[in-house]
Design a protein around this ligand. Sequence first.
Ligand code: ARG
Length: 453
Amino acid sequence: MSRFAEPQAAAFQALNSSVAFDQRLWPQDLAGSVAHATMLAARGIISEEERDALLAGLTEVEGELRAGTFAFLPDDEDVHMAVERRLTALIGPVGGKLHTARSRNDQVATDVALFCKETADALRAQVTELMAGLVALADAHLDAPLPGYTHLQRAQPVYLSHHLLAYVWMLDRDRQRLAFAAAQADRLPLGAGALAGVSFDTDRRMVAEQLGFSALMANSVDAVSNRDFVLDLLHAAATCATHLSRLGSELVIWSSQEFGFVVLADRWTSGSSIMPQKKNPDAAELLRGKAPRVVAHGAALHGVLHALPLTYNKDMQEDKEHLFDAVDTLALCLAAAQGMLDGATFDTGRMAAAAADDLIAATDLADLLVKRGVPFRECHGIVAGLVRTAVESGRGLGELSDAELEQQSPHLDPSVRAVFAPSSWLESKISEGGTALPRVREQLDLARALLET
Ligand code: ARG
């Protein structure tokens, strides 16, 4: 025996073993085994006594797992082997009958599908809760103006309610993607065996029903090769995490001294060790920082599955760490977003002052000229000229004299001054989906109705 044999055996085990991370699938694994054993007996493939022994043993294993007294051993390659080893130790050789008409290939696909279904539903519930929080916040800040930005330059003012509701629609799309991922995981792989089906007259529909799957994977080769539902869940998670990163980023910007639009609760921030005046928006920064990690997990699994010949290959064991870390990270980010919004205090005075810079009325002034028959391109030039005069002389647009207005265009008589009133810039946006208050109220009703779905 080569003197390298032992370290090599250890390295192989470290590489090959998945029990360290797949042990969290034990609830799904046990549920699958209970349904499988029940079906085997119903079809006369095992006896009722054997079934009873298996179910009693599985209950005991479950008790140990639940209590945390189940001992995973270094030789357990994965959760499936660990459960079967312990079952057989508890009830004797009959434990070996559980794996009749089953392979770890259809078993693991089933466990992961069950996990994805449950997790997609749980994430959906969390997203709905965050949407409800945003709707409440929008309701509480219905008519608080702040500047809307493009290129992070002040563009046009909007109401905070309007801005916050944008996230509600983004999150609703996330819910739809999560629901799609759950539906994709809703077909039972078990019964496919290693890849070709099994040589027993099994009842897959009975197993599906007991496990809560709505349908069967129709092709055994596809059943054990498929991890699309994991990709779907990772994609839904990636987009949702990306949405939260934009929220996090806005909270970072808004809570800076320069903006001062929001004060975050102390429990979601940290102090600086050497600068006592500082309050760092760590949690909001991490909403930004965590998103690419979720996205990367999806990219990595695409890499694992890329060009992989059918059917099962050990590469597919790599699905789990990517899946688990992505959904755990997203769950954490959703909780943080919820908590931060919960404890956030908006400084509506600071926001209104920033939105009151009347250079922001430039678009409205241009629109007014359009309504007076001037072609839009020409209006753009006229208003740009006014903005230049105002900025160069350190004044607001409203501070320009009647003569200066008329000089740019004969259409700019003193009646145009109405557009310089801050509320007019907001209330002029009357198009459906716009920021005028009646439209925001409409939108709020739609958002509330979404929460009921
Ligand atoms: N631990 C394996 C996985 O996660 C389970 C399936 C193993 N199947 C096999 N034929 N080796 O993919």
